[in-house]
Design a protein around this ligand. Structure first.
Ligand SMILES: [Zn+2]
Length: 145
């Protein structure tokens, strides 16, 4: 009998060995911008000034205005949570646009496939972002059946 296959969506620690705070981001719905803080002293404000993040993964702080959502991801969150909340930095189709963060789940299937292909090239196909992109693609296939 097959066993030890209990959880369809393991935690990010179980799946990738990620610990602590993985993503410190806020989505401002007023200007529809996602901002992320990468480092302890990386203070970022959204365009309209409604929200800010700071502290990176070490000491997250920030004031969330109204009309915004924190997009924290911890090692204790599941891959399912990452499918909903993982933000991805993109320079647009041409690679020339200013850096902008989008939710991975809002990317088109072509975009997700491009991310996976890019990860494949660097041998990181099953890395955190590559794997979550695949899960999102897979969930779309299942829905269209
Ligand atoms: Zn804003």
């Amino acid at each position: 009998m097959k066993c030890s296959y209990t959880n369809q969506y393991p935690t990010l620690y179980e799946a990738f060995g990620l610990e602590g705070l993985i993503q410190n981001a806020v989505h401002c719905f007023k200007c529809n911008e996602i901002i992320t803080s990468k480092d302890e002293y990386d203070y970022v404000k959204c365009t309209c000034g409604n929200t800010m993040v700071d502290g990176g993964r070490i000491s997250p702080r920030g004031s969330c205005g109204d009309n915004s959502e924190r997009l924290y991801l911890y090692g204790t969150d599941t891959t399912r949570a990452a499918m909903e909340r993982l933000a991805w930095g993109t320079y647009g189709k041409t690679g020339q646009d200013p850096l902008k963060y989008v939710l991975l789940k809002d990317c088109t299937s072509n975009h997700l496939q491009a991310i996976i292909n890019m990860k494949k090239k660097t041998g990181a196909e099953n890395s955190f972002v590559g794997h979550i992109s695949k899960l999102i693609l897979k969930s779309r296939e299942n829905k269209s059946e």
